[in-house]
Design a protein around this ligand. Structure first.
Ligand code: FMN
Length: 210
């Protein structure tokens, strides 16, 4: 697939998610490696943790904390999207616990104040998320980004995943939730595994459990 086709045909996938087809862990790792090459302000991406959730019980627990605020959000703002999109969004909430992989992008910290830094902090994660989605799409996988849990359920989700993720203890874990299935790299901390170009001491691998 050429770049223009990829960029102009990648859409949110909700109804057409294949809930039964497994997603190989290596595909997620590879796409996260690509995601970490996205543009970011300063070292913000070094504070991003990707939490890959495959465990059915954890998926169900997280999905419950997405579904409730999701339904509330759809009830409140549903008239701002087309009926088809609304129905599609509702379907995703219905099946979220069955989606093969949930990926949380978590930002460590919660800066306040300086709008320039806030822009850099929160704005840096979305290019990476989009790169991740594009990389998955190029491999035949579909995704949708959601942020419903941020409405009152962020702390619950954070608490659930903190136990599994190195570096997240006592830190808020916000960010977006993705439901997935369907030239020389710059030197950055990789999403998983040791960095091949930096000393491990400088470039610790991201923790995580899938
Ligand atoms: C920051 C952001 C948040 C989003 N949140 C949601 C969401 O909570 N639920 C959802 O179904 N889609 C969500 N989306 C996906 C958009 O609804 C989707 O991109 C938009 O409908 C355009 O449709 P398309 O992706 O099919 O082209 C979000 C997209 C972005 C960029």
């Amino acid at each position: 697939m050429d770049a223009e086709t990829l960029l102009t045909t990648t859409r949110s996938v909700r109804r057409k998610l294949d809930l039964d087809r497994p997603v190989e862990p290596e595909v997620i790792t590879d796409c996260l490696r690509i995601a970490m090459q996205a543009p970011a302000a300063g070292a913000v991406l070094e504070g991003v943790r990707w939490v890959v959730i495959r465990d059915p019980a954890l998926k169900a627990a997280v999905a419950a904390h997405v579904r409730e605020p999701g339904l509330a959000s759809q009830a409140r703002y549903g008239d701002r999207v087309s009926p088809a999109t609304l129905a599609s969004g509702r379907h995703l909430l219905d099946v979220l616990h069955r989606v093969p992989v949930l990926v949380l992008s978590c930002l460590i910290g919660r800066p306040e104040g300086d709008p320039v830094y806030l822009n850099a902090f929160y704005g840096s994660v979305y290019p990476a998320i989009w790169s991740f989605q594009l990389a998955l799409r190029a491999r035949g996988l579909g995704t949708t980004i959601t942020g419903y849990h941020l409405a009152g359920h962020e702390a619950d989700v954070s608490e659930m995943v903190q136990a599994f993720v190195h570096g997240l203890a006592d830190q808020p874990a916000g960010g977006a939730l993705l439901a997935g299935r369907s030239r020389r790299p710059r030197c950055r901390r990789p999403a998983a595994g040791p960095c091949r170009r930096c000393r491990p001491r400088r470039c610790p691998p991201a923790g995580g459990r899938s």
